[in-house]
Design a protein around this ligand. Sequence first.
Ligand code: 1CP
Length: 358
Amino acid sequence: MSSSHRLIKALTRQPVDSTPVWFMRQAGRYLPEYRQLRQNLGSFLAMCKNPEIACQITLQPLQRFDLDAAIIFSDILVIPDAMNLGLGFKENEGPFFAHPIRDKAAIDNLPIPDPEDDLGYVMKAIQLMRQSQSAVPLIGFCGSPWTVATYMVEGKSSRNFACIKSMLYNEPTWLHSLLAKISLASCHYLHAQINHGAQVVMIFDTWGGVLANREFSEFSLRYMQNIVSYLKSQVLTCAVPIILFTKHGGQWLELLAATGCDGLGIDWTVDISQARERVGHRVALQGNLDPAVLYASPERIQTEVKKVLAGYGHGTGHVFNLGHGIHPEISPEKVQVMIETVRQYSLVYHQKEKIYAS
Ligand code: 1CP
């Protein structure tokens, strides 16, 4: 199934019949059935750690919508949780760590989790998804080492990244040791996810865009590069498409494409036609509707979806997505409009005579 599915074809820039579509945070709080489960079970982390529940939530958006991918229900912070930092989630405030990383000793003491054991619940959820009725490829993921490190050092979500940026400028060797550890853990983790059935993997670099230009290469890109190089060097994992997504990383698309990844996520600040000119001969592009468009009327949503499709233009290599995760207040009906518009209006970009399978 998987290599013939349009998501895999688009990511490997082979001809497709229509533009594949999925969206970040497609399983989550905008869905009433998710909120219901969450209310009954109480804790987000407990839901992630229960493979049957995680599988059920992964399937929820697929039962409602005609999507081209499933993304395993989990979080980028399960790696630091498995490193014993004491992860919790405060209602309406997001994640926090009981033991944030503030000195060299804490970094030296961090264990590298064994994915089969310490993160076995994610592997089990992936296996259950592959045994389910779902006919679409399953995306596994992790955070970029830089993005995961921001939470580990700040101890929570941050606005100005004061702790990690002071580490970056005052004690850069500490930060490099931390990033190297997260990167090694992420290599093992993604390898195991693929081993258990993930058919695409994505690295979420949500906070790469807060780095100064030169620091982006040294502190974020380099460690994503390590993960891509590792996966591309392994027999089991070398053929699995890898998507990198640096939010607000539009200025670094050429650098990101040169890592050897297969697809690049782009946020809504990027002009998709210019992005295609810059890197479309090397990688597929995923995105990039502004998630806030889903607050607009159905007619306006249609117009904006059509602009993204037209912006990419004819031929394969485009995976329709939002430029970042869906907001929790969005009504599922609006999501339906977005997906139907992609289905209906993308066909024309893939008519045989017009395919440029670059
Ligand atoms: O019910 C709840 O309150 C939990 C909300 C929630 C959900 C549904 C969190 C807490 N995480 C998730 C799931 C999740 N997280 C997925 C599932 C798959 C899907 O996309 O459907 C994925 C891929 C993530 C990845 C993730 N977690 C990222 C990277 C992508 C992004 O959205 O930027 C980040 C930064 C996190 C940390 C995190 N986890 C949860 C929250 C609220 C946050 C962000 C906090 C912040 O803004 O700093």
